[in-house]
Design a protein around this ligand. Structure first.
Ligand code: GFB
Length: 318
């Protein structure tokens, strides 16, 4: 009997679209363990079809990992709906269509947990998709990501393309975005607590009520799951990738304060949005396929904080 996975990356030309971002860079680090050639596209605007086509026609990837996206936290999503909808729609449509035309052997698209209805039963299984209205702070991003998943499903159905989708929960880790207006909660709180500690400040502001719950996955775990799915999964439905446990924003804030060593108090700014009350993924499908995450939240937060302090000048310019 062979131990080979159903799809092999050996000697393949693997394009990681979005290689400079948190997910793309983690995927490249993980792919270094595989016997494949990694391609990155420098200076190609994937929102432009002609640029995307020209690059793909020249480079002819065998495998495409779509880690390129316009991403951001609750405030960026809420205040820049046009960019989040248009940019993500165009990136998905251009890359998926070019991949069909050029016979890419496998494509992996990435969704986001805001594709699920705001009040979906928890934990949210893959079947919760399109069963109710979305959370208003990020419906624009959600709709673009739903369209991307559906493009992969439609192209599999009509053209027989082996295009799959992974559906990650909230992510964190090295190369995260630490810009306080646009970032997600973990990098925002790491930076706020760190700067308060340095300045000797007694208080840090947390957005919203602290009551929402979120699930978090270290990006190195996600990258490992992506390689696993490329090799082992070939189906029309997206696959949730999460840790399977959630934490309230208030408890998360306490935990990050401990990791950073901030001993002051927390003040909740209720004029800022809470977003979805809960977003826990049901990871039964991925577990049944045989994959589990490794990096616990406290350990992962320590890793993210080490990355931040080592890269503070670039990540958080004064
Ligand atoms: O991570 P986050 O921005 O995104 O916010 P979402 C999570 C929760 O943390 C919200 C609270 O309840 C925020 O109000 N929070 C507290 C903060 N303090 C802060 C802070 O200083 N900064 C930030 N950013 N949040 C995003 C979506 O939703 O999740 C995207 O908007 C995407 O579309 C991403 O799906 C995974 O989890 O609310």
């Amino acid at each position: 009997m062979s131990n080979e996975a159903p799809f092999s990356l050996r000697a393949k030309r693997v394009w990681v679209a979005g290689h400079r971002g948190m997910v793309g860079s983690a995927t490249i680090r993980r792919l270094a363990q595989e016997d494949c050639e990694i391609l990155t596209s420098q200076g190609v605007d994937l929102r432009r079809q002609s640029e995307t086509d020209a690059w793909m026609e020249r480079e002819r990837p065998d495998v495409v990992i779509m880690a390129a996206a316009r991403v951001g936290g609750i405030n960026a999503n809420n205040t820049r709906p046009g960019e989040f909808l248009y940019d993500n729609l165009m990136i998905a449509a251009n890359v998926v269509e070019a991949s069909r035309r050029l016979d890419v052997g496998k494509l992996l698209f990435l969704g986001s947990s805001c594709i699920y209805p705001r009040m979906a039963p928890q934990p949210m299984s893959e079947d919760a998709l399109l069963t109710g209205p979305l959370e208003p702070t990020n419906e624009w991003y959600g709709i673009a990501k739903i369209t991307g998943l559906k493009l992969c499903e439609a192209y599999r159905r009509q053209y027989g393309c082996d295009f799959i989708s992974a559906q990650p929960t909230n992510l964190y880790g090295p190369n995260d975005n630490y810009d306080l207006k646009g970032s997600h909660v973990i990098p925002a709180l790491i930076r706020k607590f760190h700067e308060a500690k340095q300045a000797g400040a007694s208080e840090v502001e947390i957005w919203g009520s602290g009551a929402p719950k979120r699930e978090f996955l270290h990006v190195n775990d996600l990258a490992d799951a992506l390689v696993f799915l490329l090799k082992n999964y070939s189906g029309d439905q997206h696959v949730n990738v999460g840790w399977g446990e959630e934490i309230s924003i208030a408890d998360l804030a306490e935990l990050i304060a401990q990791v950073v060593g901030f001993r002051g108090s927390l003040r909740y700014d209720r004029s800022m949005p809470d977003g979805a009350p809960r977003k826990l993924l049901d990871v039964t499908k991925l577990s049944a396929l045989g994959w589990r995450p490794q990096i616990r939240l406290r350990e992962g937060l320590g890793d993210a904080y080490r990355w931040f302090t080592a890269n503070e000048k670039e990540a958080a310019p004064a």
